[in-house]
Design a protein around this ligand. Structure first.
Ligand code: SF4
Length: 204
């Protein structure tokens, strides 16, 4: 199947804007938000949504959140961060049926969709004009899949537009890493859930 150029789509959407609409930006950690904020900040009125009950253990969830808060406070003090309740136990029940699957396949697609659906719901109930996620900046995450999910969700939540993106394009990863280094940010070595945590531990 032909891949869609979601980077091009993001530029086309930005060109259409004649004011700064509100955007709820899902972010999973500090380093992942660095490049998307440089890309989006001047075009949107951004609120960050740290919706990541997938992250195990809780100390890691807090570590990533604190890095994100510190980065935003120092670089984008006008941006607010919304933090929905953390419930990793519940999240693990959801992921359990996918536990035998390797990273990057159905388990991850379900995980993207769950967090994005929750983000869209929040955006819809709180009258945000756009929703998107920083996850397309990650080398390990499937941008085509993320955008396909976004496309389905904007049909479900009709009052919110999905901002299509491929933040890893045009040196997004490189620029993001440089900003993370300049800000002395903690950079995790596994994706987040208990399965990726165990894989990392077994690799050692
Ligand atoms: S590896 Fe990452 S994307 Fe995949 S299920 Fe775990 S936390 Fe979710």
């Amino acid at each position: 199947m032909n891949k869609i150029n979601y980077y091009k789509k993001s530029i086309e959407e930005i060109k259409k804007l004649d004011y700064k609409p509100s955007l709820l930006l899902h972010s999973c950690c500090g380093p992942c938000v660095t490049y998307p904020l440089t890309f989006l900040y001047e075009h949107f009125d951004i609120t960050i949504f740290y919706n990541n009950s997938n992250i195990y253990p809780e100390s890691e969830y807090n570590l990533r959140l604190n890095e994100l808060k510190e980065f935003v406070k120092n670089n984008y003090p006008d941006i607010k961060i919304i933090i929905p309740p953390y419930n990793n136990e519940e999240y693990n029940k959801f992921l359990k049926s996918f536990k035998e699957m390797p990273e990057g396949q159905e388990r991850c697609f379900a995980c993207y969709a769950k967090r994005m659906d929750e983000g869209f719901l929040y955006a819809s109930e709180n009258n945000f004009e756009y929703y998107t996620t920083t996850m397309t900046v990650s080398r390990q995450k499937n941008s085509q899949k993320l955008n396909e999910i976004g496309s389905l969700l904007e049909k479900k939540y009709k009052n919110v537009k999905y901002f299509y993106s491929d933040f890893k394009k045009k040196d997004g990863i490189l620029i993001g890493s440089r900003i993370a280094k300049e800000n002395n940010m903690y950079r995790q070595d596994y994706c987040g859930c208990i399965y990726s945590f165990n894989d990392k531990t077994n690799r050692r």
